[in-house]
Design a protein around this ligand. Structure first.
Ligand code: NAD
Length: 263
C-alpha cells in the first residue's frame, strides 16, 4: 500500500484525487493537508473525505519518510512542500501551475535529493496532444502560424494556463525560437503577425474544466488539434499513476512522459 499525503486536499483537484485514490486498491491517503480543512476534521471529528486519515493545516506536521506527497495547491506551498519532501525523504507528485522561476528553481533543487514528478497537466490526452504537436510541426513547412487558445473556469488563478505554456514552449523549441517569440494575447495596432512568433490566448468563465486548442494556419488551409477535459477525474487518474511510478524511483525531476514510458 502506497501511503499518500494529499496537499490541497479540500480544493477542486484535491477532492478529485481523493475520489480516484478511494477507487485504487494500492494507494491510501494517510494525511490530508489544507488550510481550508473543515474545523470538525481538524479537531479529529468527521472526515470530509470519508476515508481514514488525519487532516492538518501544515504539511510539516505530517510528511514522513517513505510517503508520496500529491500536491495541487498554490505555488508557495508547492515550493515549501518540495523542500520538505527532500528533507524528510518523501517522493512528490506536483501539479500546481503558475510557479515563478524562483519556485521552479527550488523544486529542481529538491529533486536532486528526492524523486519529483511535475506536470502542468496529468491527463493522458494532453500527453498525446504534446506528441501530436510534434508530429504536425514536423509535417508542416515553417511558414505555418501556430496559435494556442485555452479556456478554463472563472476561478483559475494563473493565465496563460501551465499547459498552454508547456505546449507553446515545445513548439518554440521545435522551431528554434526563444521565449521572446511567445506572445500572450494580442491588442492594438501593428504590422500584422510576424511568422516568428507563437501566440497564446486565455479565455476565462463559468465552470469549464480545461480546454486547449492548437491552431496551425497556412495560406488557404488550417489544422486544429483540440483537447477537452470534461472532468478533473482525468488529471486525478494521472496523478495516482504518477504516485505509483515515483514511489521508489531514484532522485530526479520527472515528467508525465517518464511515467508513461517504461519503468
Ligand atoms: P483550488 O483553489 O480549488 O484548491 C487549492 C487548495 O489549496 C485550496 O483548498 C486551498 O485551501 C489550498 N491551499 C492554499 N494555500 C494553502 C496553504 N498555505 N496551506 C494549505 N493549503 C493551502 O485549486 P484547484 O483547482 O484544485 O487547482 C490547484 C492547482 O492545480 C492550480 O495551480 C491549478 O492550475 C492546478 N491544476 C493542475 C492540474 C494538472 O493536471 N497538473 C489540473 C488541474 C489544476
Amino acid at each position: 500500500m502506497i501511503p499518500i499525503v494529499l496537499v490541497g486536499a479540500a480544493g477542486r483537484m484535491g477532492r478529485a484525487v481523493e475520489e480516484a485514490a478511494r477507487a485504487s486498491a494500492d494507494v491510501a491517503i494517510r494525511s490530508h493537508v489544507d488550510r481550508a480543512a473543515p474545523v470538525a476534521a481538524l479537531a479529529g471529528g468527521a472526515n470530509p473525505g470519508g476515508e481514514a486519515g488525519v487532516w492538518s493545516e501544515d504539511a510539516s506536521a505530517v510528511v514522513r519518510s517513505g510517503d508520496v506527497v500529491i500536491e495541487f495547491s498554490v505555488p508557495s506551498v508547492c515550493r515549501a512542500v518540495a523542500g520538505l519532501c527532500a528533507e524528510r525523504g518523501a517522493a512528490l507528485v506536483s501539479g500546481t501551475t503558475g510557479l515563478s522561476p524562483d519556485d521552479e528553481a527550488a523544486v529542481r533543487t529538491a529533486a536532486r535529493r528526492t524523486p519529483v514528478v511535475r506536470s502542468a497537466n496529468f491527463s493522458l490526452g494532453i500527453a498525446a496532444l504534446h506528441r501530436a504537436l510534434d508530429a504536425v510541426l514536423e509535417a508542416l513547412p515553417a511558414g505555418w502560424d501556430v496559435e494556442i487558445v485555452e479556456r478554463h473556469h472563472r476561478h483559475k488563478a494563473d493565465s496563460p494556463s501551465g499547459t498552454a505554456l508547456a505546449l507553446a514552449r515545445r513548439a518554440l523549441a521545435r522551431r528554434g525560437l526563444g521565449e521572446d517569440a511567445l506572445v500572450k494575447g494580442r491588442s492594438g495596432r501593428g504590422a500584422g503577425r510576424p511568422g516568428t512568433e507563437i501566440g497564446i490566448h486565455s479565455v476565462r468563465g463559468g465552470s469549464w474544466v480545461g480546454e486547449h486548442a492548437i491552431l496551425f494556419a497556412g495560406d488557404g488551409e488550417s489544422i486544429e488539434l483540440r483537447h477537452v477535459a470534461e472532468s478533473r477525474a482525468a488529471f486525478a487518474a494521472g496523478a495516482i499513476a504518477a504516485a505509483r511510478w515515483v514511489s521508489g524511483a531514484p532522485p530526479g525531476l520527472y515528467s508525465l512522459d517518464d511515467v508513461l514510458g517504461s519503468r
